[in-house]
Design a protein around this ligand. Structure first.
Ligand code: SF4
Length: 68
């Protein structure tokens, strides 16, 4: 998938806080105090490849792109 629009969301029920998404896209994801990742900024056009890298890296399939 190569979507370049939509909204990036992390499912807190699926996330186990491995932080692999932070390694792929540190500008876009952060871990909360309870070790659940959140998307802290929506990607610019140039950052979408990082989003897809984070989705591929996530072992829980917790990151998804929601069409508004
Ligand atoms: S890689 Fe996936 S499971 Fe790990 S912190 Fe990021 S969203 Fe959560």
């Amino acid at each position: 998938m190569s979507s370049t629009n939509g909204r990036v969301v992390v499912d807190p029920q699926l996330c186990e806080g491995h932080a692999l998404c932070l390694e792929s896209a540190p500008e876009l994801f952060d871990l909360s105090d309870d070790d659940v990742a959140t998307c802290i900024a929506q990607p610019t056009a140039e950052q979408w490849p990082l989003v897809h890298a984070a989705i591929d890296a996530c072992p829980r399939g917790a990151i998804s792109i929601v069409e508004d």
